[in-house]
Design a protein around this ligand. Structure first.
Ligand SMILES: *Cc1c(COP(=O)(O)O)cnc(C)c1O
Length: 710
């Protein structure tokens, strides 16, 4: 194991020759990148081996999420091992630029935006805190599309992130799990007990690929992100057909199965109405729980009675909510437990995060479709619903509305969020305001029944990725000023208060910001051929394109500035660059039109000599985690202007803020808490409050001024 620059260089050269059979002169950047990844993985295995004994006796936490936006890992892991400088210098002596290797790494787009990035940040934090917390998700063959701008329009290109292989993952064929779909349920009385048999099902093999999650400093904790890939079970079905000469049928079954882990649905606000999506949800839930139960038993505890004391399962938004009926199925049908005991264990194992208040984003499935695809799971949900209603009727005899609004099955649909709330011991919103709205409005009936379940967990971001790693210059400045402890404990950043009037510090701070703007400008020049002026103010809005996020409002403001400047060029006192970035769901016409509009405005201004020295608008292609790491540190102004009440929390707001951008925003999501933390003199707030907006929606007017703000 290398410990200094010289031993690193030696080990690295050996790896290239051994692993790839190439010497340094013939190695491509890709070869050089892979060799470095393998060295880092070996270092992990070493730590894992020496820490084996101290691990895996505590409670195991599993974070189930349909999305994980983990970003690139190499630089993060070099920083976490505290070997970035050593590696950078060692490589430089071999005439290799570390930055060239970093650019080789794919950014796995296994998520749409904030929700997926939150999941990745939780994995990082759990590892740092020494919690044995593992991710469970899907290894989509194609991630979220790559966005190109052609003639002002968004063009979607398939994100074939696996085309060269993904060197961080390890395929674990021997940990595969069989998942069953369709078929029918036969019941039988066995010794006075009703027993359920699932017959004539189609089976799909879920094969796990593990990605190591390494924490900062605390390298003894290496957690796991387990991503499932769908395959046919040993191909016997194919073979039967093949032997009969039915080639098409054989291959079509294979593609039908593999389609389950083919693509990430590029839609972050409303349900994609496809059976395939429901298949995906059950697929990774059943595979994940199957493997959890298996590893639980491997520890020598045969009874699952202790399950909820040793295992916690978290459900990130409603997509993994089938965890609830699936665990019930395992406990009853496979372990032979009764309903009440199974239900107790299940509820105590599960916790749930709600991410939205938008009714159109509440997941629901037509009962017919559901029943056909997941017959046993449907029966269990029916029984959960029946028992819940029964318990309610006793308590809320008087109130039909409570009963109606809390049912899982109604109007021909399975309402997933209702199942999540009934079947979890904890339900959280993602910012103070959001949780209040959940308790007072969206789930007010549940709040009457299960008040004790509701709680707030304001979203957060990993400052070691979005500050320490993404902004090395600012990090160095901060460490020189207040010491290094902020790297472990972000609260230590408060010490910077002491420097607020320190001229020299402020000058250096301005210099760092300028250099980060140059860094972004250079990248944009290489990628898109656009010149950015680092002396202008960088006013940035990067996030998914959505009506409620109001990129359009920002555009209207720029148009206003432009119109004013045409008549009065002096009205633009400083030069201003408005930077946009973000993907629009392919089927979301409005959002795509907004992108088109931004680019049209950009052209218009570019070609107008009266203003183009002072005003510029750019749309940066393909916003993703990697792009964000260059953009957030370079921003002067952070646009967080969603319609109040609509942005549950936001996390971009936090990334900008920790990189020293000023927030221009509404009192929405976590902006409310940022406002409290920085004080109103350090943030620029405008617009209606959430309460006023909700009042508008309901009554079409402003509330009377005597009403207090939410
Ligand atoms: C942080 C992040 C988001 C979320 O941004 P919001 O401003 O909170 O919507 C979306 N996409 C990527 C790639 C991110 O890193």
């Amino acid at each position: 194991m290398f410990t200094d620059k010289e031993s690193f260089k030696q080990a690295y050269l050996m790896k290239l020759i051994e692993g790839e059979g190439i010497n340094l002169n013939d190695a491509t950047h890709w070869d050089q990148f892979v060799a470095l990844v393998i060295l880092v993985k070996e270092k992990m295995s070493y730590y894992r081996a020496i820490n084996q004994n101290s691990m895996s006796q505590g409670k195991q936490v599993y974070y189930f999420s349909m999305e994980f936006l983990i970003g690139r890992l190499l630089l993060n892991y070099l920083v976490n091992f505290k070997i970035e400088d050593l590696v950078r210098e060692g490589l430089a002596e071999l005439n290799i630029n570390l930055d060239d290797l970093l650019e080789q790494e794919a950014d796995p787009g296994l998520g749409n935006g904030g929700l997926g990035r939150l999941a990745a940040c939780f994995l990082d934090s759990m590892a740092f805190l020494g919690i044995e917390g593992h991710g469970n998700g899907i290894r989509y063959k194609y991630g979220l599309f790559e966005q190109k701008i052609v003639a002002g329009n968004q063009v979607e290109v398939a994100d074939n992130w696996l085309k060269n292989g993904y060197p961080w993952e390890i395929r674990k064929q021997n940990r595969a799990v069989v998942v069953k779909f369709k078929g029918n349920i036969r019941t039988e009385q066995n010794e006075g007990r009703l027993t359920f048999y699932h017959e004539n099902y189609e089976q799909v093999l879920a094969v796990p690929y593990d990605v190591p999650i390494l924490s900062y400093e605390n390298c003894s904790y290496i957690n796991n992100l387990r991503l499932w890939s769908a395959e046919t079970t040993c191909g016997e079905l194919d073979l039967v057909c093949f032997n009969r000469g039915e080639f098409n049928q054989a291959t079509s079954f294979k593609s039908e199965v593999e389609a389950i882990s083919y693509i990430l649905y590029p839609d972050d606000s409303s349900r994609a109405g496809r059976e395939l999506r429901l298949k995906q949800e059950y697929f990774f839930v059943a595979a994940g729980l199957g493997s959890i139960v298996r590893s639980y038993k491997k520890k020598g505890i045969n009874s699952l009675q202790e399950f909820s004391r040793r295992v916690a399962v978290h459900i990130n938004d409603t997509h993994p909510v089938l965890c609830i009926p699936e665990l019930m199925r395992i406990l009853m049908d496979e372990e032979g437990m009764g309903w009440d005991e199974s239900w107790n264990i299940t509820v105590n194992t599960m916790s749930f995060t709600n991410h939205t208040i938008m009714p159109e984003a509440m997941e629901k499935w037509p009962i017919d479709l559901f029943k056909g695809l997941l017959p046993r799971i449907y029966l269990i949900i029916e029984e959960i619903d029946r028992r819940f209603k029964e318990s309610l009727v006793r308590k809320f005899l008087d109130n039909e509305e409570v009963v109606r609004n809390t049912q899982i099955l109604k109007d021909g649909y399975v309402w997933m969020v209702n199942l999540a709330i009934i079947g979890s011991s904890s339900v959280n919103g993602v910012a103070k305001l959001h949780t209040e709205i959940l308790k007072e409005e969206v789930f007010k009936e549940y709040n009457r029944i299960f008040g004790y379940k509701f709680n707030n967990k304001t979203n957060g971001v990993n400052h070691r990725r979005f500050l320490l790693t993404a902004n090395p210059k600012l990090s160095r400045l901060i460490t020189d000023a207040i010491g290094p402890s902020w790297k472990e404990e972000a609260g230590e950043l408060q010490k910077l208060h002491g420097l607020k009037n320190d001229r020299s510090f402020l000058e250096q701070l301005a210099k760092v910001k300028y250099e980060n703007k140059c860094r972004l400008a250079e990248r944009v020049k290489t990628k898109q051929g656009i010149d950015l002026d680092p002396l202008s103010i960088f006013d940035v809005q990067v996030k998914r394109i959505h009506a409620y996020k109001r990129q359009l409002l920002n555009v209207l403001k720029i148009m206003h500035l432009y119109n004013k400047a045409i008549n009065d060029p002096e009205s633009l006192t400083t030069s201003h660059t408005f930077i946009f970035g973000g993907k629009a769901a392919p089927g979301y016409h409005y959002a795509k039109t907004v992108i088109k509009l931004i680019n049209a405005l950009s052209q218009k201004i570019e070609h107008d000599p009266k203003v183009n020295q002072k005003l510029k608008v750019v749309f940066l292609e393909n916003f993703n985690v990697t792009q964000g790491e260059f953009i957030y540190p370079a921003a002067d102004i952070s646009e967080q202007i969603s319609t109040a009440s609509k942005e549950a929390s936001g996390t971009g707001n936090m990334k900008f803020m920790m990189n020293g951008a000023l927030t221009l925003g509404t009192l929405d999501g976590a902006n409310v808490e940022i406002n409290e933390a920085v004080g109103k003199d350090n943030i620029f707030i405008f617009g209606l409050t959430a309460e006023q907006v909700l009042h508008y929606t309901r009554y079409g007017g402003m509330p009377t001024p005597t009403l207090e703000r939410v």
